[in-house]
Write a protein that binds this ligand. Structure first.
Ligand SMILES: Cc1ncc(COP(=O)(O)O)c(C=O)c1O
Length: 390
């Protein structure tokens, strides 16, 4: 039988502090510190559970840390978008009654078989070969809920997710017809792209979904609008989520999806603000800061996509940080020169060796992507319970 590590959910509670300064004072390690703010995650989850016009599935991939899952649960999330058996096991080890949706369009046969055995009934797919795999591995089960993933003609996210998954309009219409006789419930799903600042992207996607459904001549039961809801990063302003919820509600009505089962799969929006990295300056050369975390750690997107993150200096002891700021470039701890983050990251002009920097909005696709390359990684995760400025 497939083995995963339930140990994570049985692990001792994380150290918890009212502020980052308290967490730093208690720390004698040499690695960066992973920070979680569970109350922020619970608040974001609550916004979606209350506001999204449909059921909120938390996309576990964004951050599978048990503390993040618990916070999402505390915010009212009861359903999860999972991609693998390990994610299924992790969620079930914490919440045996959670609803699980396997929304990865390409799954191993074993994942389908054992996922079904563990209670999963919702599967996404984007081609007839995947449909055949699902039917074979579930022995032609009669209680499947199938979601046909659509390719979108025009995506909307800063981080596009087009190209890898999704059926064209023609193929999706055929797939809907092929899947209908086998599905207890049949729907369409899509992803507009992550960090979607373009409010109209959901309307375009729903219009496209309607056209595909018309083309198929098949009645469907549901629509899954995916993730993509944005969060605040420097230089990336976004409209409030409430505007997205209202626009999506209107688009569902306008495109004839009223009364169907509606699902949404936010990942980034639930957990980005709920995580940060505390990194220490090991050396300063002009406006270059060498840190004890980098692109092989929690800062992948800061390097590979040159994303900027909010930063703030924490110095324990005199002198107070300078009031004027300078734009810095960051380098991570590994020997690889790709471990470079262009920024610029604006910090006090006298930032120096030994200072700690909080790099924010890393709760999604930050801590999750960290490797152990070159021996640099951190097992030290702390909970911060308050939003004070220290
Ligand atoms: C199928 C699916 N659902 C949901 C998400 C979460 O998207 P986001 O973090 O942009 O909300 C992703 C991200 O890759 C995805 O692939």
């Amino acid at each position: 039988m497939f083995q995963t590590s339930p140990a994570r959910s049985l692990a001792p509670p994380l150290p918890s502090f009212p502020s980052l300064t308290d967490a730093l004072r208690a720390y004698s390690g040499d690695d960066h510190i992973n920070v979680l703010y569970p109350h922020r995650i619970a608040a974001a989850a609550d916004s979606f559970v209350r506001g999204l016009p449909g059921r909120t599935l938390y996309a576990v991939k964004a951050n599978p840390h048990p503390e993040v899952l618990r916070a999402a649960w505390a915010g009212g999330v009861r359903a999860f978008d999972v991609a693998s058996l390990r994610e299924i096991d992790l969620v079930q080890s914490l919440f045996p009654d959670a609803a699980l949706y396997l929304m990865h369009p390409v799954k191993s046969r074993r994942t389908i078989r054992e996922g079904y055995g563990r209670g999963v009934r919702d599967f996404s797919l984007d081609c007839e070969d995947e449909l055949a795999k699902i039917l074979e591995e579930t022995n032609g089960a009669r209680d499947l809920r199938l979601h046909v993933r659509l390719a979108l003609p025009k995506a909307g996210g800063v981080m596009p997710l087009a190209g890898k998954f999704g059926a064209s309009a023609k193929d999706a219409a055929e797939l809907l017809r092929a899947a209908r006789p086998h599905a207890a419930s049949l729907g369409v799903c899509f992803h507009v792209g992550s960090q979607c600042l373009d409010l109209d992207a959901y309307d375009r996607a729903l219009a496209h979904a309607r056209a595909v459904v018309e083309r198929s001549g098949i009645a469907i039961d549901g629509v899954d609008i995916g993730g993509g809801f944005p969060v605040a990063y420097p230089d990336m302003d976004h409209r409030p989520w409430e505007d997205y919820f209202a626009a999506i509600r209107a688009s569902l009505r306008a495109h004839g999806f009223d009364g169907l089962d509606v699902l949404g799969e936010p990942g980034r929006a639930i957990c980005a603000a709920g995580g940060a990295t505390l990194a220490r300056v090991e050396l300063r050369k002009g406006t270059d800061l060498y840190l004890n975390d980098g692109t092989y750690g929690t800062l992948f997107d800061a390097g590979h996509f040159a994303w900027k993150y909010p930063v703030r200096l924490l110095r324990d002891g005199p002198p107070e940080p300078a009031a004027n700021t300078v734009g810095f470039r960051f380098f991570g701890p590994t020997c690889d020169s790709a471990d470079t983050m262009a920024g610029p990251f604006h910090l006090p002009a006298d930032t120096r060796e030994g200072d700690w920097i909080e790099i924010g909005q890393l709760g999604a696709y930050g801590q999750t992507l960290a490797t152990q390359f070159n021996g640099f990684h951190s097992d030290h995760t702390v909970i911060i319970t308050e939003d004070a400025q220290t």
